[in-house]
Every structure is written in structure tokens, then in C-alpha cells.
Design a protein around this ligand. Structure first.
Ligand SMILES: NC(=O)c1ccc[n+]([C@@H]2O[C@H](COP(=O)([O-])OP(=O)(O)OC[C@H]3O[C@@H](n4cnc5c(N)ncnc54)[C@H](O)[C@@H]3O)[C@@H](O)[C@H]2O)c1
Ligand SMILES: O=C(O)C(=O)C[C@]1(C(=O)O)C=C[C@@H](O)C=C1
Length: 288
């Protein structure tokens, strides 16, 4: 058991990420008590029944008053409104941190909205599934997975250290990155693949109108590739819009690659295609 680092943690949005963080930290002993706040009362009831949280608070104000640390785990475009509402009710010395998938704009919003004496530390666990809600949460989600913290010039050093130790207690390998670099990196390795998976399902479903029931024939390839298209639409709408600049650059680059591929398929250029696939395979095989 880890020595408690935090007495009372309030989780705003007790879904997959908020619920898993609560479970991991209660399980490791790093946090003593967890209060949950969620605008979906059914989900909050489930979280309480499953023991993901110790208490369910009826409002943001009630939920954060006694908090030593607040963990924000709501869709990224909801964060600013949540922080604006809870800010007046935080105790001095409280740490606010988050698990959102986009960092630059979100970190700037939080730093601007929180009062002096309250520290903000941006974070992003690089772990998840295509499922949502408290019932989908599990304590082992972050074990052995990266967590990126995105401190800025004004981040409080002691708060940063506490948040780092919490993620380590949850089993994560913690790394730091500046927020904009974070957004460019994860636009490439996380946000673009989700956009491509959503679009692929549309493309195949559209052809299914002509050839009835094509999706029923889908096997390993289609299913592996499109698992992430089962992810929550609100979460991904928010990520696409909040990381718009880096994502647009990558969507353009991806469109260029597809256009080149299309042209070589049309012209029957087997040498080019084999080399293209060979390079992709080598790069993919190098990922550890
Ligand atoms: N799912 C993943 O793979 C993953 C991985 C890393 C980070 N994230 C990030 O974590 C955050 C949460 O994602 P999740 O997968 O846990 O989603 P989720 O849908 O499982 O949980 C989000 C919860 O927030 C609640 N909520 C939404 N708006 C709210 C508001 N205004 N006030 C209070 N509660 C509100 C919802 O009712 C829901 O229970 C997002 O910012 C997402 O970008 C997700
Ligand atoms: O494995 C999945 O289901 C995920 O999509 C997890 C995933 C990812 O793209 O790797 C999704 C979003 C996050 O912000 C972090 C992790």
C-alpha cells in the first residue's frame, strides 16, 4: 500500500477515466476518500453502488468544497464551464488536474479561470478503451501505460510532483511535454486514427446500401481497425474541435497518402504498391 498522498479527491465525470483513476488510487491507498460528481445521475448511482466513489455529491459546489485535489474527467469542451462553476468553491491549497485528451487550449482555459492559491496541472493518461461510464472503469487501466503531464511556466512545482506521484501510484509511466507538442503528437497517433476509423465505417456502410449486408461479412481486419469507432461520439466531437489545427494538418497529409495510393492502384503500379506496403510494415513492426 502507498502512503496516502491525498485525503479527499473529487472526481468530476465518473466515467471510464475518472472512475478508473478513482479505483486505482483508492486501491493503492494513495487517496483516502473519493467524492464523485457527474451530471448523469444514473451513472453516479452506479459509481456509488460499485464502490468507485465513496460519496456522490449533488452539485459541483458541494462536491469540491472539501477537496484536496479535483480530477476533471469530462469531455474536453466541457472543462472550462465546469472549472468556472467550481472555482469559487475551492479551498486554498487545492490542486486541480485533468485527464483530457487535448491540452493546449484546455490548460490555458484552466490556468486563467482558477484563483490564486489553487494550482493547475494538465494531464493525459495514454490509456483507454472504446467503452464509457463508471461501469466500464477498472483499476488496472493505467498500469504500465504512459501518462503525459503538461506543465507550463506557471505550474506549481509541488503540485506537479503530487500529481506525478498519483499517476505513478496508479501504475503509469509519467512523462512531461509542453501542451502544444502534446497536441501535435496525439493528433497523429490518436486523434487521426479515430477520424479514419469513423470515416472507414461510413465508407463501408455506404457501399453496404448497394450490396446488402456487407458489414455482416466483416472479419478480423475490419473489426480490429474499427474497434475505436465504437468510442463515445461526444468525447471525439470535442477532441476533433479542440485540436482542430494539428488535426487538419494530419487529415490533409492522410488525404495526400490516400490519393497517391489510389493513383497507383488505378495505374496498376505493383512495384510502387509493394514498396509502399513494405515501408509501412517495417515502421509498424518497429513499434514496441
Ligand atoms: N476514453 C478514453 O480512451 C480516454 C483516454 C484518455 C483520456 N480521455 C479523456 O478523459 C475524459 C473523459 O473521458 P471518458 O472516456 O472517461 O468519458 P466517459 O463518457 O466514460 O465519462 C465522462 C463522464 O463525464 C460526465 N459529464 C459530462 N459532462 C459533464 C459535466 N458538464 N459535468 C459533470 N459531468 C459531466 C458524463 O456523464 C460521463 O459520466 C475526456 O476528456 C477524454 O478526452 C479519454
Ligand atoms: O484504446 C483505445 O480505445 C483508445 O482509443 C485509447 C486512446 C488512444 O487513442 O490510444 C484514446 C484517446 C486517448 O486520449 C488516449 C488513448
Amino acid at each position: 500500500m502507498t502512503r496516502p498522498l491525498i485525503r479527499t479527491m473529487t472526481v468530476i465525470g465518473v466515467g471510464l477515466i475518472g472512475g478508473s483513476f478513482a479505483r486505482a488510487l483508492k486501491g493503492s491507498g494513495a487517496v483516502e476518500r473519493v467524492i464523485g460528481v457527474d451530471r448523469d445521475q444514473e451513472n453516479l448511482k452506479t459509481a456509488l453502488e460499485l464502490g468507485v466513489v465513496d460519496e456522490a455529491a449533488p452539485s459541483l459546489a458541494d462536491g469540491v468544497r472539501a477537496a484536496d485535489l479535483v480530477f476533471l474527467a469530462v469531455p474536453v469542451r466541457s472543462v472550462a464551464a465546469v472549472v468556472a462553476e467550481l472555482a469559487p468553491h475551492l479551498a486554498g491549497g487545492c490542486i486541480v488536474t485533468d485527464g483530457g485528451s487535448v491540452k493546449d487550449e484546455l490548460v490555458r482555459q484552466c490556468e486563467a479561470l482558477l484563483p490564486a492559491g489553487v494550482a493547475f496541472v494538465g494531464g493525459h493518461p495514454i490509456a483507454g478503451t472504446e467503452h464509457s461510464g463508471a461501469a466500464a472503469s477498472f483499476a488496472e487501466l493505467f498500469k504500465g501505460r504512459r501518462c503525459i503531464l503538461t506543465p507550463t511556466a506557471t505550474t506549481d512545482a509541488a503540485a506537479l510532483q503530487t500529481v506525478r506521484r498519483l499517476w505513478e501510484a496508479a501504475g503509469s509511466r509519467v512523462e512531461s511535454m509542453d501542451p502544444l507538442t502534446h497536441d501535435r503528437v496525439f493528433a497523429a497517433v490518436s486523434h487521426l486514427p479515430h477520424m479514419v476509423a469513423y470515416a472507414l465505417v461510413h465508407a463501408v456502410a455506404a457501399s453496404a446500401e448497394e450490396e446488402e449486408n456487407i458489414l455482416a461479412f466483416s472479419a478480423g481486419g475490419f473489426r480490429d481497425f474499427t474497434r475505436i469507432a465504437s468510442s463515445d461520439p461526444v468525447m471525439w466531437r470535442d477532441i476533433a474541435l479542440m485540436n482542430r489545427g494539428p488535426l487538419l494538418d494530419l487529415l490533409d497529409r492522410y488525404a495526400d497518402e490516400l490519393a497517391a495510393l489510389r493513383q497507383r492502384v488505378e495505374s496498376g503500379d505493383g512495384t510502387w504498391l509493394e514498396q509502399f506496403f513494405r515501408t509501412s510494415k517495417r515502421l509498424r513492426d518497429e513499434i514496441t
